[in-house]
Write a protein that binds this ligand. Structure first.
Ligand code: PLP
Length: 363
């Protein structure tokens, strides 16, 4: 086992500690996703042209004016990342730099002033270190980290805000899907689209998710976990899933949609492609039409489908529905490629597999 050199989480931000931790009230054996939050959060304020007043405070309500830009025009961005307890007891914040870069890109697209990388990094490391008792100890559980920024200027009218707040909240999580790591069911929704080129599909911003909720609701009513989005122009090319990038194994090759501006450049997607490269497993980033996918399935050439995401890690897909036709893969378990990736990625998370390329920030 190789462990990346430990980084000291230097404590530069002032801290107001909770008087009593809520941790004892949490059942760490039965964690779901996104419903439990740790004791503290990080706060940073932008005004008069600069980010300042970084501090760690008890997790709690945030007060903004009813006229704040975020509530009307949605100028905001966020990230989703995880910290893990490693086999040796240290804590691993996974692919911190990659998440920062994507956050910065999302901010740029929404014309939100950039947060310096060292501030973002330091905030996360100090916060995770302070609440390290909240990082679940067992494998396949983690501390989910949610950095987010939003515009707070009191002004009604469409313009870039001059005031913002940035927070990081965290919470212990188990599996993202109710299915656990069992295969999920997806459906296309050709009447709806998620993103168009030139829009904000490749940024992690609230509006993308808000717009996906109604189609996702319809899909769920019909028994599917998430929507498999098709491209917005021809409504034919497979793009991604609600909160995951999508991969297929066709003719023994791993295939995923290219980053053409309409899908989120997933950090896990990147880990998958990098691992395929290390393993000499052929992988292609290319346009794949839903018809080609179904043809490959009919001809027995489609052997696996799986999603990748920070929340979902590697989630096998067992069923894909499209316009009255249903493609079914092994609905009982993961295929061999998905399983190999799942084991490698979770192994790197928990320090039982070598870190391929400085993916881990260990504190
Ligand atoms: C729309 C969308 N696609 C893909 C992903 C996967 O990205 P990542 O692997 O960086 O979590 C996510 C999750 O953040 C997502 O929300």
């Amino acid at each position: 086992m190789t462990v990346t050199e430990e980084t000291k989480a230097t404590h530069v931000f002032p801290v107001t500690q909770v008087t009593e931790s809520r941790r004892n009230a949490v059942n760490f054996q039965d964690l779901r996703f996104g419903d439990v939050f740790s004791d503290h959060m990080f706060e940073l304020v932008y005004k008069n042209g600069k980010w300042d007043n970084g501090q760690i405070i008890p997790y709690g309500p945030v007060s903004i004016m009813p006229s704040a830009n975020i509530l009307h025009y949605g100028q905001g961005a966020f990230e989703g990342m995880k910290a893990f307890t490693m086999e040796n007891g240290a804590i691993n914040v996974f692919r911190l730099r990659d998440h920062y870069k994507r956050f910065n890109d999302s901010c740029k697209r929404l014309n939100i002033p950039s947060i310096p990388e060292e501030v973002f990094t330091q905030a996360i490391l100090q916060l995770v270190d302070l609440d390290r008792q909240w990082v679940p100890k067992d494998k396949f559980k983690s501390l989910y980290l949610r950095p987010f920024v939003f515009a707070t200027e009191e002004f009604l009218g469409l313009k870039t805000s001059t005031a913002y707040r940035f927070y990081v909240i965290t919470g212990p999580v188990g599996n993202y899907y109710r299915e656990g790591i069992n295969p999920v069911k997806l459906t296309t929704m050709p009447d709806y689209v998620r993103a168009v080129k030139g829009g904000v599909g490749n940024a992690k911003v609230p509006g993308n998710y808000a717009a996906s909720l109604y189609p996702a609701h319809v899909a769920m009513k019909e028994g599917y976990s998430q929507v498999l989005w098709l491209d917005a122009i021809e409504r034919k090319y497979v793009e991604e899933v609600g909160a995951m990038n999508i991969f297929f194994v066709i003719d023994g090759k791993v295939v995923t949609s290219p980053l053409t501006g309409t899908i989120l450049p997933g950090v896990t997607r990147r880990s998958v492609l990098e691992l395929c490269q290390i393993w000499n497993l052929p992988a292609e980033e290319r346009m794949l039409s839903i018809d080609e996918l179904f043809d490959a399935w009919r001809e027995g050439r489609l052997t696996e489908a799986f999603g990748s995401g920070t929340a979902a890690v590697i989630s096998p897909v067992g069923v894909i529905h499209h316009k009255g036709e249903t493609l079914t893969l092994d609905t009982e378990k993961m295929g061999p490629v998905a399983e190999r990736l799942y084991k490698a990625i979770t192994g790197i998370h928990h320090g039982t597999e070598a870190d391929p390329s400085a993916w881990c920030t260990v504190i």
